[in-house]
Design a binder for this molecule. Structure first.
Ligand code: NAD
Length: 253
């Protein structure tokens, strides 16, 4: 039986991270060739022994830099011949603090990765992409709801939805689909770091708090996010574009 991404070339940003790695493993198992993109060179190197060089490429690229993104897409096409799927997933978390104390440079730093990074992936990636491809942007459950404190992160995750909706209409003329995925709290280091600062602000265990308010009563797994990304990347979602897929255990319901 052939895989759901047989013959497809997929670019994954934040590819050295938890959700990026889980998605790369699933994509490769489904027949894809993958370009893993991240600023974390050491983690990319550590991953290189896991995958064969004919199947996975590695690119140390800052998604907020247009020269680096442009060059990364050129190298992907030179190496694998095409681009069919872009998973724009790189992210940083930023601080949590009252509005009056929120540092402006921190706001810029977080928006640069999530918003400008996703914009540059769309701008240069779609230009080098085959017609009929799929773009998936990782937003978050906080891309559809607000809470005090994480001003940069929550603003960035909402902005990605506006970008997705607008780009989906232009890209549709070439049969390219563009969607956002919205994970709730995932059991990984990224979320543990966020919960550590939140616990201080909330004066309770933020991890336990989330398990209470998530209707499925637990954190998600990176592999569960990857399965939903696979759905949006593959032809199983061939009539799905401009949409938000919640992968949050019901948290936003
Ligand atoms: P992670 O920290 O394991 O992965 C994020 C990766 O992005 C890291 O490898 C990091 O080096 C990379 N990165 C950061 N800045 C970059 C830049 N400028 N250029 C290229 N790469 C860069 O965390 P994760 O949980 O795998 O996060 C993946 C995405 O999922 C992020 O966009 C995050 O906001 C989103 N998300 C995570 C959760 C969660 O609970 N973990 C929930 C909702 C959404």
């Amino acid at each position: 039986m052939s895989g759901r991404l047989e013959g497809k070339v997929c670019v994954i940003t934040g590819g050295a991270g938890s959700i990026g790695q889980a998605t790369a493993r699933l994509f490769v198992a489904e027949g894809a060739r993958v370009m893993l993109v991240d600023i974390d060179e050491a983690s990319l190197k550590a991953l290189s022994s896991e995958f064969g060089a004919s199947v996975v490429g590695f690119s140390v690229t800052d998604v907020s830099r247009s020269d680096e993104i442009r060059e990364m897409f050129e190298r992907t096409v030179a190496r694998f011949g095409r681009v069919d799927v872009i998973f724009s997933n790189a992210g940083n978390s930023g601080v949590i603090c009252p509005l009056a104390e929120f540092p402006e440079d921190e706001f810029d730093r977080v928006l640069a990765v999530h918003v400008k990074g996703a914009f540059l992936c769309c701008k240069y990636g779609i230009a080098s992409m085959n017609d009929g491809g799929s773009v998936i942007i990782t937003s978050s459950v906080v891309g559809v709801r607000g809470d005090p404190g994480a001003y940069a992160y929550i603003t960035a995750k909402h902005a990605q939805v506006g970008l997705m909706r607008s780009v989906s209409k232009e890209a549709a003329t070439r049969g390219i689909r563009v969607n956002t995925i919205h994970p709730g709290p995932i059991a990984n280091d990224f979320q543990h770091r966020v919960e550590k600062s939140l616990s201080t602000v909330m004066n309770c265990d933020a991890g336990e708090f989330f398990d209470q308010v998530i209707p499925l009563k637990r954190h998600g797994k990176p592999q569960e996010v990857a399965q939903s990304v696979l759905y949006l990347a593959s032809s199983q979602s061939s009539f799905v574009t401009g949409s938000l897929l919640m992968v949050d255990g019901g948290m936003s319901a």
